[in-house]
Design a protein around this ligand. Sequence first.
Ligand SMILES: CC(C)(COP(=O)(O)OP(=O)(O)OC[C@H]1O[C@@H](n2cnc3c(N)ncnc32)[C@H](O)[C@@H]1OP(=O)(O)O)[C@@H](O)C(=O)NCCC(=O)NCCS
Length: 175
Amino acid sequence: MTIPLHGADDRPGRPPLASPLFVTAEGLPLRLRQAGEEDLPELHRLDREVFGQHAYPYFALRQLYDLFRADTFVLDDGRTFHGYVMTGVNADREGWVLGLAIDQGWRGLGLGRRLMAESLRGLRVRGVRTVALTVEPSNAAAIMLYASLGFRRGEERAGYFGPDADRLIMRLALD
Ligand SMILES: CC(C)(COP(=O)(O)OP(=O)(O)OC[C@H]1O[C@@H](n2cnc3c(N)ncnc32)[C@H](O)[C@@H]1OP(=O)(O)O)[C@@H](O)C(=O)NCCC(=O)NCCS
């Protein structure tokens, strides 16, 4: 049970990062903020909870964080993370969405959209013009979210993440 304090969207005039997006049933304000190194264990817990066997191993998450710490955002109620997004930029200045997850009980509240909007804003400011991602072809909720942000369906790659792990590539032009 959550009580919205503000619309969790990306319209102009949205609350700044420090303002709470929601307050939890326990009265804890949910904030969107950049992740710090000390957040890695909680980030890993959430990633495992959402993605199970497809979660990043801790060492991989750690190294991605070292590369892309400026582009890692969490939804934090002060005790627990309820969502995160991580993006990175490659040598061709192409942005990649490396992880997006909202805790089961917090889905459908606009938080995934809010995290993506924050990431895309940061990438745009840094001059990134194209953003790519991969998604499981049957993941309708994620595909709808990305499509609503302007991502277009690209090629479907069989075995992209190994045997039986096909992925759909989607791309967004930020201009
Ligand atoms: C995909 C995910 C991040 C969406 O987060 P969310 O906070 O629930 O999404 P939002 O509430 O911000 O919804 C944004 C849009 O996503 C789409 N969407 C979200 N849930 C949906 C659902 N169950 N069915 C269809 N579309 C859905 C809609 O287009 C929605 O826009 P609308 O509210 O205007 O209709 C979340 O479902 C999740 O964490 N899933 C498991 C992990 C995952 O699949 N990550 C992506 C890997 S590529």
